[in-house]
Ligand binder design. Sequence first.
Ligand SMILES: Cc1ncc(COP(=O)(O)O)c(C=O)c1O
Length: 285
Amino acid sequence: MIVYYNYSFMPKDEVRISPDDRGFLFGDGVYEVIHAWGGQLFEADAHFARLEHSLGELRIAFRDLARLRTAMETLLLQNGLTQGPARIYCQITRGVAPREHAFPDPDTAPTIYATAEPYTPPVALWEHGVRALFVPDIRWGRCDIKSLNLLGNVLATQRAKEAGAYDAILVRDDTVTEGSHTGVCAVLDGTMVTHPLTSEILGSVTRDVVLRLCHELSIPCAERAITRTALLEADEVMFLGTTSGVMPVIEIEGQPIGAGRPGPVTRRLQEALHSRMLGGALPVD
Ligand SMILES: Cc1ncc(COP(=O)(O)O)c(C=O)c1O
């Protein structure tokens, strides 16, 4: 596998990262996960806008975003991923410096790393739906930054995994914020509802696309907080994300959601999003 590391393309096992890298020492960096199809990045502008936001909020001076975008396309080419679906991961840290909490010398170069791998759509899960459970949202106050610091998310995902669930639904003060690696939305009285864009959630690119699709498909939608109880009583619940697509949630904490199977709004949004993500072809189970 060919990866991109500090402006060079190289086999992954040739990458040498310093133990003084602030990503390693402090999780001091940001990342993105981008879907690609046929060698093209999906919703690239939105991902790069969010990356710029994350870098800006953490005051990491990385200015080569256009070059990084081209490098991602080259990575797809070099890894033979110009036909089907693929997934790009990239992370940028504040660079290598002796361990001290305060920022290093302003000349310290950020560390850049990116990979491209084949993506297998979770077709069976899309078809049948998944289970979820509630987990308290213990994350910090800037969840809008796609930071490498993912401990709250890691612990919640592990809880979900140990319970045999697909993802955790994070709850703060009785309000559903998002999943541990997904956005959450629900159909309440015919309206597709999702948490408003605040510092308590990540500005999910998939959430934005789905809201756009709701407008296109004349599905009423609203951005407002959902309580835990309201979510359990929803007609439909979905996880949204770059790797999850529109993922039906059919059971939370052992309670069936709606009829206990993916509902009609979920199906319409799946069809609209997944056909765009997968070059027009809808996969079948
Ligand atoms: C906490 C969190 N929320 C939401 C998402 C979904 O974001 P996107 O749709 O941009 O993949 C992710 C994706 O990694 C995430 O980690």
